[in-house]
Design a protein around this ligand. Structure first.
Ligand SMILES: Nc1ncnc2c1ncn2[C@@H]1O[C@H](COP(=O)(O)OP(=O)(O)OP(=O)(O)O)[C@@H](O)[C@H]1O
Ligand SMILES: [Zn+2]
Length: 642
């Protein structure tokens, strides 16, 4: 009887899957084989070769085609009688509004970024549709259930933030290879090939905080008569030689630290560079991403650790190739783990810096993993997580809410269990997304502009795409593509004004209402004027608080390859098992927020031991666990890596 009811619930259900990647492929197959008849899939991507090892619905011949559509066709081949509706689109498109979401009985997420997850959470809340959320990182995974009025929403708790590093560790006192990679990627690469105008703290800081190594003549400016090779040598000597010499002059810094050794090219490569470098014939490729310094230098094995001399050659060769073969990109490049030349350059630069600081060198393969925040996806984890999603979805469809579980997939058995089910959390009463709690914004209203507020708070922190901002009854900003030109121009005029000087001034005590019409989310923000902000701890120059979310360190927020840094994950793995151990001790009891905070306190202590970062900032951008450096807005704007 119960089985009949279950079969009936499954048959009648109309489900929406978001994401047809690693988890999504498994999920679609399992849904189809479990008897689901009406499945809609949204995925914005096309298939890439790198997906084929685990996204088994796709074949080589599908590369370049829509994931949602190919996944549908592949499943219909063995389940032709069911209905699968694919959408090759971004779930944030306005077409997928609350009414669209309302037609479904349950929404199942197989996404890989926080931004889309938050968006879906809000639409599910607004449409009152249960959400089954998931994520995997290597061997770790989780499935959580979010039902309005019954459990926490996806945003009731803050998510673990990306690991960031104090600027001075990166610019002056690196002690780990990852610090050198961050320096090479976020500072040097960005300075040479990215936007020249961006703030870039490449030069060594002295004890007093000034950039004493900053030469009066900017070595990054390329002279008119300077060919790429001369330019490369100048940069090399400057950043690895001169810069380090200047740093050494500050004795205080090195009192309790190993002193770095300046490296000049003449000491590393005595022979003529032209003889060593560059066999351009090998690089007559059309595809920029295939251009490689390694092959022109005869270095074949990406898993081999290069010598200092080899790294120096790769450095010069890659720099030369960028300037000679990819000149059009210069000024606009951001690091991309799939860009071979960029990976080679960053590996070489990081290794030369590591040599200087007495840090062990690494292979290109390792450096790429660190720079691209790659944790290799494990197909089995995706399959397990997809199975669990379906199990939870079936409970939801049968209104069997009391048996819904959040399930954590661990890397090592804990109490002989690899899968750890725990009862769902209650909603956080002060969550600004699922309750109406006002937020508090501390900001210097006389120096921060409306644009600062929109960019740093409304978009980045609150995750709103098309915000509408009101001061009392006055509309001060509205975002969206469909605004009349003159209306948009009027709002644009306000963007550069400081808050206190807006037509409807925003000062201490002002209550702002911020709404996103698509997400049907509205929240109030109490503004408090504050003059000073700590540059290191509060780099944004404003602080948003108010919802007493506890840090839930269990979250495994990514899904699939290329999402988590090796270093953050090591910490996460410990946190997950510890968390679940504690959860198991409490099993049988409904978990209350007070209990969660108690446990989180313990976890924070644990986390402190693993943490490499004293100053984390919340970040809601794609890919949740990236290694990044504070203070560099560009590096926060990490684009999807796929
Ligand atoms: N806003 C979005 N709208 C629709 N689909 C999205 C959105 N964000 C992410 N996705 C999809 O979610 C899926 C996540 O799958 P997965 O984590 O396996 O990533 P991938 O891009 O397939 O692989 P990898 O990142 O490992 O190269 C992707 O197919 C991606 O296109
Ligand atoms: Zn909530």
């Amino acid at each position: 009887m119960a089985t009949d009811m279950k079969a009936e619930a499954i048959k009648r259900a109309k489900v929406l899957m978001v994401g047809a990647g690693g988890i999504g492929c498994e999920l679609l197959k399992t849904l189809a084989l479990s008897g689901f008849q009406d499945i809609h899939i949204i995925d914005m991507d096309t298939i890439e070769v790198s997906n084929l090892n685990r996204q088994f619905l796709f074949r080589q011949s599908h590369v370049g085609q829509s994931k949602a559509k190919v996944a549908r066709d592949a499943v219909l081949r063995f389940m032709p009688q069911i209905n699968i509706t694919p959408y090759h689109a971004n779930v944030k498109d306005p077409d997928f509004n609350v009414d669209f979401f309302k037609q479904f009985n349950v929404v199942l997420n197989g996404l890989d970024n926080l931004d889309a997850r938050r968006h879906v959470n809000r639409l599910c809340l607004a449409a009152e549709v249960p959400l089954v959320e998931s994520g995997t990182t290597g061997f770790l995974g989780q499935v959580t259930v979010h039902i309005k009025g019954r459990t926490e929403c996806y945003e009731c708790q803050t998510k673990p933030t990306p690991k960031t590093y104090p600027v001075c560790t990166i610019t002056s006192t690196p002690s780990k290879f990852v610090h050198c990679v961050v320096w090479a990627k976020d500072l040097l690469f960005a300075k040479l090939f990215g936007d020249k105008n961006q703030e870039n703290d490449l030069f060594v800081r002295t004890g007093d905080g000034s950039d004493s190594a900053k030469p009066t003549d900017d070595p990054f400016t390329r002279g008119l008569d300077e060919d790429p090779e001369q330019y490369g040598r100048k940069i090399y000597d400057n950043v690895f030689g001169h810069n380090i010499e200047v740093a050494l002059a500050n004795e205080e810094t090195w009192k309790n630290r190993r002193r770095p050794i300046p490296i000049f090219l003449r000491d590393v490569l005595q022979d003529k560079l032209t003889q060593q470098n560059g066999n351009f014939e090998k690089n007559c490729l059309n595809d920029d991403f295939s251009l490689t310094a390694m092959s022109s230098l005869g270095l074949a094995n990406p898993q081999e650790v290069w010598t200092l001399a080899e790294n120096s050659r790769v450095f010069l060769e890659a720099l030369k190739l960028f300037f000679e073969k990819r000149e059009k990109d210069i000024g606009n490049l951001t690091f991309d783990k799939d860009d071979q030349l960029a990976v080679e350059f960053v590996t070489a630069a990081a290794n030369i810096r590591a040599s200087s600081f007495g840090i062990p060198l690494h292979s290109l393969f390792d450096a790429k993993g660190i720079a691209g925040n790659i944790v290799h996806a494990v197909a089995t984890t995706n399959a397990i997580i997809a199975g669990l999603i379906v199990i939870e979805a079936i409970k939801v469809l049968q209104d069997n809410f009391q048996n819904c579980r959040m399930t954590y997939c661990l890397e090592h058995p804990s109490r002989k269990m690899l899968l750890m089910p725990v009862e769902p959390f209650e909603a956080n009463k002060s969550c600004y997304v699922c309750s109406e709690t006002p937020l508090l914004l501390e900001v210097n209203t006389r120096t921060s502009t409306l644009w600062d507020f929109i960019d740093k708070i409304v978009k980045n922190k609150l995750g709103m795409s098309f915000p509408l901002i009101m001061q009392g009854t006055t509309l001060i900003f509205e975002g969206g593509d469909d605004l009349e030109e003159d209306v948009a121009a009027n709002y644009a005029l306000n963007l550069d004004k400081v808050l206190a000087e807006l037509p409807a001034p925003v000062t201490s005590g002002t209550i702002l209402t911020v709404e996103d019409l698509q997400q049907e989310l509205s929240c109030h923000i109490n503004v408090k004027h504050r003059e000073e902000f700590d540059e290191e701890k509060e780099p944004e120059g404003m602080v948003l608080s108010g919802w007493t979310a506890t840090e839930k360190v269990t979250e495994v927020v990514s899904n699939g390859q290329s999402t988590s840094g090796t270093i953050p994950v090591a910490a996460e793995a410990i946190n997950v098992s510890k968390e679940v151990d504690q959860a198991a001790e409490m099993s049988g009891t409904k978990r209350k927020l007070s209990e969660i905070s108690k446990r989180t306190d313990n976890l924070e202590a644990l986390d402190a031991n693993n943490s490499i970062n004293p100053q984390e900032v919340e970040d809601n951008d794609d890919d949740d666990d990236m290694v990044m450096l504070d203070h560099i807005p560009e590096s926060n704007k990490k684009k999807r890596l796929h």
